[in-house]
Design a protein around this ligand. Structure first.
Ligand code: ADP
Length: 243
C-alpha cells in the first residue's frame, strides 16, 4: 500500500539533509509507528509521504487516498467543531462542494467516536490543545481514507484519550486501512504497531517488526536514556528509567 525506497530530503536553506536512506513498506491493515527524538525528522518525513515536501532522492509509491492528522492546526476562520469536522468530506466530493446530510451524519458519528459530539457547536478556536487534536482525528475519519497518517496524535492527550486514539488506530487497521503514526511513546508502538521505524538525525533509520525493533538496546540508543522493556509484568511494558 505504501513503499518507500531510499528517500532523502533537504530543506532548501539547509546544507545537510534532514534524512537519508529511509526504506520501509506498509501493507493494507498494517500499522507503522515512527519513533525518534525531537528534531529527528518525523514531521518532515510525514510531509514527504504526503507530498507536501518534495523528496531529493528515492521513490515513494502509494495506492489509495491519504488523510493527514497534523500535530497542530490554526483555524483561519471561526469555525465550529462540526464545520471543521465535516470538511473531511471535501476529500471525497471536492473541497468546494457543500456537505450533504449524510456527510453531517458521518461527521457526528466521528465526533461521537472521539468524545467530542457535545462540543459540535463550540468554536474550534476555544478548544484545548487535546480537544483540537481529537477534532482533527474526527475530521480525518470523515474523509474515510485508505491510508491514515497521524503526526504525534496522542501528544496532547490524557491517558483515557490516548487509549481512545490507539483503539481507533487498531479499528482502522482492522477495516483494511494502512496507518502511520509518530509517537514519543514506545509502549504505544508496542500496543498497536506491526512495523516500527526508528529515526535518528544523521543516522540510517532502522525498520522492522515491532517485536524486533522495540528492544531496550535500540530504544536506549535512540533516546540516550535507559529504556527498559519488561516481559514479566501482567502485560509487556516499555518505560524510561529517569536519572
Ligand atoms: P521531529 O518531527 O522529529 O521533531 P522535524 O521534522 O519537525 O522533527 O524537524 C527536523 C529538523 O528539520 C529540525 O532540525 C528542524 O529544525 C528542521 N526544520 C523543520 N522545518 C524546517 C524548515 N522549514 N526549514 C529548515 N529546517 C527545518
Amino acid at each position: 500500500m505504501i513503499e518507500v525506497k531510499n528517500i532523502s530530503f533537504c530543506y532548501p536553506n539547509s546544507k545537510s539533509p534532514i534524512f537519508e536512506g529511509h526504506n520501509f513498506s506498509l501493507k493494507k491493515s498494517q500499522v507503522l509507528a515512527v519513533l525518534g527524538p525531537n528534531g529527528s525528522g518525523k514531521t518532515t518525513l510525514i510531509k514527504t509521504l504526503l507530498k507536501i515536501l518534495p523528496i531529493s532522492t528515492g521513490t515513494i509509491q502509494h495506492s489509495g487516498r491519504c488523510s493527514y492528522v497534523p500535530q497542530h492546526t490554526a483555524s483561519p476562520f471561526d469555525y465550529t467543531v462540526r464545520e471543521m469536522t465535516v470538511m473531511g468530506a471535501g476529500g471525497q466530493h471536492g473541497m468546494f462542494s457543500t456537505p450533504q446530510k449524510q456527510d453531517y451524519l458521518r461527521c457526528d458519528e466521528a465526533l461521537e467516536k472521539v468524545g467530542m459530539l457535545s462540543f459540535a457547536a463550540t468554536s474550534f478556536t476555544q478548544l484545548s490543545g487535546g480537544q483540537r487534536q481529537m477534532v482533527l482525528i474526527a475530521r480525518a475519519l470523515v474523509s474515510n481514507p485508505d491510508i491514515m497518517i497521524l503526526d504525534e496524535p496522542t501528544s496532547a492527550l490524557d491517558y483515557y484519550n490516548q487509549n481512545r486514539v490507539l483503539q481507533t488506530i487498531k479499528e482502522l487497521a482492522n477495516q483494511g486501512k494502512a496507518v502511520i503514526f509518530s509517537t514519543h511513546c514506545p509502549l504505544q508502538a508496542l500496543q498497536v504497531a506491526d512495523q516500527v521505524l526508528l529515526v535518528k538525525k544523521d543516522q540510517r533509520s532502522i525498520f522492522g517488526t515491532a517485536s524486533e525493533i522495540l528492544t531496550s538496546r535500540l530504544l536506549t540508543d535512540l533516546y540516550q536514556i535507559h529504556i527498559a522493556r519488561d516481559h514479566s509484568f501482567p502485560r509487556e511494558i516499555i518505560a524510561p528509567i529517569y536519572d
